[in-house]
Design a protein around this ligand. Sequence first.
Ligand code: HEC
Ligand code: HEC
Length: 298
Amino acid sequence: MGYFYKSNRLRILNVSWVLLLFTGVLFNARIGLTAEFATSKEFRQYCGQCHGADGAGRGDAARYLYPKPRDFINGQLRLATSSNMIATADDIKQVLLTGVPNTSMQSWKQLSDGLIDRLVIEIRQMQIQGARQRVTLALLEDGLLVDGDGKLNLAGQQVVEDYTTQQTVPTGRWVAPAGLTVNTGVLEDGRKIYLKQNCHKCHGTDGEGSFGVDLVDDQGFPTFARDLVHDPYKAGSQFQAVARVIQLGMPGTLMPSSRVLDDVELAKLTYYVQSLGKAPPRLLGNIQRYHRAIGFRR
Ligand code: HEC
Ligand code: HEC
């Protein structure tokens, strides 16, 4: 937590100084700070044991799980289809309908459509409240942009609005490059790009994951780059989903973005990565995933 909080605060401060240069419309609303998000009965009933009654990811079962349940207040959602990598309501709904492969996050499609839609809205609200709270606390703690009675001044409130927008409002959908005819030449080029882009440093030259690197997620937990040969992909194995994760990265993880690749390079690399996968994908238990994350070989 400490690690996450510090790095996040640094990011907020950087952003806030940049945003200060653009003081647009000033909002008059006072920024209220509530300690906890008031979750619904249904959220606590169905999701609370893992995601926590407050949505911060530390439910009673969380200690036994790996990867850990998402912290909806301060964590970033991994599965986003928008070009700024902020999950849309549809992205969250998709997760509720299908679950996240190879994790304890199961499908909730047995719930009614209406309830699923309400839970989606609730998660979006937690993200918005979390963003507001982070930036407000950071400003207040450092005494930045506060007026005489210790509350944020108008410029401070503007920073809070801008930061919250930047952290929670998705832009348009990311569009995948056109496909190519796959042949050995394309796959050979893809392999060269894989090595040139240093994918093998984390995913291994054979794609099975590298054991030499220490990786952590946004909460400071150890993590492991996807085994591209055996693991299922969280975002799905279709061309456009794999291409998107490669180009944009995965929020909250060390899976980097590769925006330098042009469309043809991206397509070649995507086909190469897809060609590594062996069906059917291997599913592991929480303990096995944890062992791998802390560096045990199978
Ligand atoms: C048995 C434990 C468990 C329960 C119950 C559970 N989840 Fe999860 N959930 C997880 C785990 C673990 C992850 C993290 C998966 C990962 O890191 O890829 C997760 C991730 C998520 C994500 C994040 C996906 C992303 O893009 O990052 C959403 C949204 C989510 N859960 C919603 C819910 C909702 C809503 C409920 C209740 C209807 C619920 N979960 C119930 C364990 C659970
Ligand atoms: C710094 C280490 C690192 C590098 C470099 C890296 N990745 Fe990853 N990659 C990860 C991690 C960590 C994950 C797993 C994220 C998670 O789910 O927690 C991942 C996940 C993935 C996934 C799975 C996506 C999904 O939907 O589950 C693919 C595909 C992938 N990486 C491809 C690549 C390619 C191609 C490159 C080179 C351009 C690359 N990675 C470079 C660390 C890395």
